[in-house]
Design a protein around this ligand. Sequence first.
Ligand code: F0G
Length: 458
Amino acid sequence: MTYQTIIEPFRIHSVEPMRMTTPSERRSALEVAGYNLFALRAEDVLIDLLTDSGTGAMSRDQWAAIQHGDESYAGSPSWFRFLASVQELFPFPHVIPTHQGRAAEKILFNVIGGPGKVIPNNTHFDTTRANVEATGAEALDLVIAEGHDPAALHPFKGNMDLDRLGDLLARRRDDIPVVFVTITNNSGGGQPVSLANLRSVRALCDQYGVPLFLDACRFAENAWFIREREEGQGERDVADIVREIASLADGMTMSAKKDGMANIGGWLAMSDPDWAQRCREVLILTEGFPTYGGLAGRDLEAIAQGLHEVVDHDYLRYRIQSTAYLGEALHESGIPVVRPIGGHAVYIDARALLSHIEPLEYPGQALAIALYEAGGIRSCEIGTVMFGLHPDGTEVAAALDLVRLAIPRRTYTQSHIDFVIEVCRDVASRAKDLRGYRIVESPKALRHFTARFAPLAT
Ligand code: F0G
């Protein structure tokens, strides 16, 4: 008998209180925050689905590993344990620890970016795009067409569009220092990339002599999708699939705050010794000595242990099924969500749900605010607020207006998620009453973090 109930393959070892608030407390918290959920005090949030980054629960064995943290400045045993764990999955000869993913991005693009250069990716995450553009280079998104259609049921909606990549390489090979593939494709709905697609991207890179790098934040979730969905992969060990993915690339950037199962950390890894040398020089200027990067020895230990745990099949089965549980429940309630459901998050199509709110009146922001007001749930707008403002100051509707419910790893139980489902259903039933917002204060770049909003009059 195969039972259907998804159970968490762990039990609770230490608990954290969650603070209940009243609707009127939440309304005043929203006013103080300028209707920007990033500006809330986390204590005023009941269920925090803002991000899955650095917000997960560590295991007993990770906390134990932290006690082994050796804080020697250079050559700490913790560094060697971290290095061995990384190289077991990603056998790149050069591994450069950083305090998180964007530090790895900044170092790499400082070395290989610059004006006139173009970096293709399936979809750049916002920090990746910002770090590419900060060097004067151009960041191009080349995900397959299905990746832009929330309802298109494609098993690997994160795949790179090979025709467009081939065309770009043919036209501008000399301007392309690297091709990137993001696994899973976060900005496109947490959608996976297939092994077949990665092999074809590799072949194109070989044809034009351009290196291939992975933005590998959610590599284990991507590998699990390959095991589940790709022909001939169903019997493989996930760690083995990860090693094959690594073998197709020349390097990677990584945020260990995701599939590193840690609260902080990241790395940059690569095969090329000259690039590695130049990256280490920048590392020493901005992060620290090459055997700790921006991290304490104890952080290196937590990541080393996390990398063993993240490729565990019971964990990944639960992780992917429990995210799908939330997404499918919303779908069955008639709430439009990006399908298939991604690995780390459920993305509600706010433009479809709130079709009476114009994109430039921020339907995603309106929905995220309503979910907080109704149930204390913090989510994240991924739409026109995040992507609508261009470097030349113009504002254009983003391709999609989504609200992401990101699931921290091993943190919430099924009853928490059942509560989230109930709140979403309630808000969706009142969708027509929600109003749009206007921005009253905004920085020039990455405005979603600090902009202030005001509700539009009805
Ligand atoms: N690449 C991807 C695909 C990401 O999702 C993130 C972070 C980064 C790079 C940067 O890593 O935060 O360690 O500097 N994503 C988080 C999120 C912030 O909420 O999706 P970082």
